[in-house]
Design a protein around this ligand. Structure first.
Ligand SMILES: [Fe+2]
Length: 258
């Protein structure tokens, strides 16, 4: 064994021990997600010249992700508490990355809500929590997650305004058009305005792990993760400008309020 291989294998061993330690430390985070974070960080830093530092870099990266992971309950009224608990039940174990994204979108929504009229604040935060529940196996039906999520919410007796926000979030109409579900999506009203813009903004400025990102970064990530044939990516030709406009309008609102 060469020195280099030996050094790499020592770093590997340290990272395996680190993973067990972090799984114990962050008991509320699914171990599969800790593993995913470790692997991602390792892919990023594994080539470092000083292999001794690799476990330190990996640990720092994983701790940052764990801190952003939604484990602690936050204050909220009934609707957003229900929405948060429902999203957690449907997503946290089955789709931990989607759950981390959801929590990031909800954090963003809490921040943006302060520039909305009082009657819309709770609606935004609740919609942010449940906007992606249509990805959960229990909710999925047609394959169009915004439609499936909205139908689930309607069955649960959630106010129409939230069902509509979820149904049409982040350019869903163009995706529905491409997959032949425009009529079905039309079951839900699409109220244009500040509240709708704000939800799109929160979704478009939060990455897949829940970290804040720019809208350009988010669009590039969607393209890279899904590939050119995915209807969500193909729909960007139709809804890309609308997404950007919603983000711009919300930005302006935030700037005026600060
Ligand atoms: Fe989302």
């Amino acid at each position: 064994m060469t020195i280099t291989a030996e050094v790499v294998s020592q770093a590997d061993e340290k990272i395996r021990r680190l993973e067990s330690q972090l799984v114990r430390e962050y008991g509320d985070v699914p171990p599969s997600l800790v593993h995913e974070w470790i692997e991602r960080a390792r892919a990023r830093f594994g080539g470092a010249r000083l292999q001794d530092y690799v476990p330190l870099f990996v640990a720092r990266e994983v701790r940052a992700s764990a801190r952003a992971f939604p484990v602690e309950a936050t204050e909220g009224t009934f609707l957003s508490t229900w929405a948060r608990n429902t999203a957690r039940r449907l997503l946290a174990a089955e789709l931990p990355r989607r759950w981390a994204h959801t929590a990031g979108v909800a954090r963003r929504a809490e921040h943006v809500a302060r520039v909305l009229p009082e009657e819309e604040r709770e609606l935004l935060v609740a919609a942010a929590w449940v906007h992606d529940i249509g990805y959960a196996a229990e909710v999925g039906d047609t394959g169009l997650h915004s439609l499936d999520g909205a139908r689930y919410l309607r069955r649960a007796g959630v106010p129409d305004r939230i069902c509509g926000l979820v149904a049409h979030h982040s350019g869903a109409a163009a995706v529905a058009e491409l997959v032949g579900l425009a009529g079905e999506l039309g079951e839900f009203p699409d109220h244009r305005g500040r509240l709708r813009d704000a939800l799109w903004y929160c979704d478009m400025s939060t990455g897949p792990d829940g970290h804040p990102t720019t809208v350009q970064g988010r669009l590039a990530e969607i393209r890279a993760r899904r590939g050119p044939d995915d209807p969500v990516v193909r729909a960007l030709a139709m809804n890309g400008d609308e997404r950007l406009a919603a983000v711009r309008r919300t930005h302006r609102l935030l700037r005026r309020a600060s």
